[in-house]
Write a protein that binds this ligand. Structure first.
Ligand SMILES: N[C@@H](CCC(=O)N[C@@H](CS)C(=O)NCC(=O)O)C(=O)O
Length: 375
């Protein structure tokens, strides 16, 4: 593809890491700009509808807001290089995309905001430098950080739930480390859509802020290497002496990855079910008009949902975005033959994730003019 793309993104932004990595791995030339850049307000915002990052401007001047939409733009144009063909791998890849962008927000936010002694100056540097050097810079930085800190806490980390959030994260990290000792990517020897989604929280927050990054380096060096690898153009797998180049053969999903999913299911499944119930009752009550906005900025949600994890109640924001991406899992599943659906269902049963297949909203979402809208 000729010409250069501009990616509005920031190093400390969760969703930016996903789109940036996709562009790097797929060798799409781009320059990265902060939202503090003059052009963001003047040229991008009128077309992007919301001031979120990542937002991409193509060489033709088209503006694409949202990491999933940016990736879909290139996937659709280039024969879907990052979507595995086999049904099991396809569903696992799409599922990791949701887990990364929506399911790991709790540990990401906890390890960023609840360790101020280690993290605060580093995080403040990034928030400050995402703004132009205007007189209100400090004030704006504090306001933005407070908004994000608040959003973080309403993903469900409290004094009571903190231990469970940490225990789950550490078990997941250990299992993922075992996996990345066997393979350089989730499904083998090259990245799939799920790798990019998972990278969101694992890069900016959990792999880069001082406290969690050190934790990852010490406890899970193979995960740390994957984070590095996802930000390099080449395969970057010198530690694998038998490296191949494709996804694992025969639509196999490695046992090491099944173990990771089993741990992730412990809060992903109850949270998804509780969020669906809450959003469905909101939809039934409000009956939003077709075409009205379904997904907003990070801190916007329709309310909070309660669910239980290891005997403890967690209360977290319920965001429709999770279901926008889950629709893709459901749509892929619906298109498979009965035999393939059975294969996928059996795999998800082993992972404790089978309920994800039947947890749906009563209304579908679509994208229109850079926004997700109710159909
Ligand atoms: N669904 C969007 C979410 C983007 C998003 O919320 N980005 C955050 C930064 S990681 C942001 O721009 N927040 C600023 C705001 O909400 O005002 C995506 O996947 O790209």
């Amino acid at each position: 593809m000729a010409g250069q793309h501009i990616l509005y993104a920031m190093p400390h932004s969760l969703y930016s890491g996903r789109a940036r990595s996709y562009l790097i791995k797929n060798r799409i030339p781009f320059a990265e700009r902060s939202t503090g850049h003059e052009s963001f307000k003047a040229e991008v915002l009128p077309k992007s509808e919301l001031p979120t990052i990542p937002t991409l401007v193509t060489p033709d001047g088209d503006v694409i807001r949202d990491g999933a939409a940016i990736i879909e733009h290139f996937e659709a144009a280039n024969g879907r290089p990052c979507r595995p063909l086999g049904p099991r791998q396809q569903v696992i890849s799409a599922l990791f995309d949701v887990i990364g962008t929506d399911g790991l927000l709790r540990p990401a936010m906890h390890y960023r905001w609840n360790f101020p002694e280690d993290n605060l100056e580093f995080v403040r540097h990034h928030f400050l430098h995402s703004q132009r050097d205007v007189p209100q810079r400090e004030e704006k930085t504090e306001a933005m950080m407070n908004r994000m800190r608040h959003a973080a806490m309403i993903f469900g980390v409290t004094e009571r739930s903190q231990k469970i959030v940490e225990d789950l994260y550490l078990q997941y990290l250990d299992a993922l480390n075992t996996h990345f000792n066997c393979f350089p990517y989730l499904l083998g020897w090259r990245p799939c859509i799920g790798d990019f989604g998972l990278l969101g929280p694992m890069h900016a927050h959990l792999g880069r802020d001082p406290y969690p990054a050190r934790l990852m380096q010490r406890r899970a060096p193979a995960v740390y290497r994957w984070v590095e690898r996802m930000n390099r153009e080449d395969q970057d797998a010198p530690e694998f002496f038998d490296a191949a180049s494709d996804f694992v053969a025969e639509d196999d999903v490695p046992e090491t990855l099944v173990q990771v999913l089993k741990i992730l299911a412990e809060d992903f499944v109850p949270e998804t079910r509780a969020a669906a119930a809450l959003i469905n009752s909101w939809l039934n009550e409000r009956q939003p008009a077709a075409g009205s906005r379904a997904v907003g900025r990070l801190a916007e949600a329709l309310g909070t949902a309660d669910f239980n994890v290891r005997g403890e109640q967690i209360t977290a924001l319920a965001q429709p975005h999770r279901f926008y991406l889950l629709q893709r899992v459901h749509d892929a599943f619906a298109d498979f033959s009965q035999e393939k659906r059975d294969q996928v269902r059996s795999l998800l049963e082993v992972c404790g994730m089978e309920q994800v297949l039947t947890t749906t909203l009563v209304r579908r979402m679509a994208r229109c003019n850079n926004l997700e809208v109710w159909e």
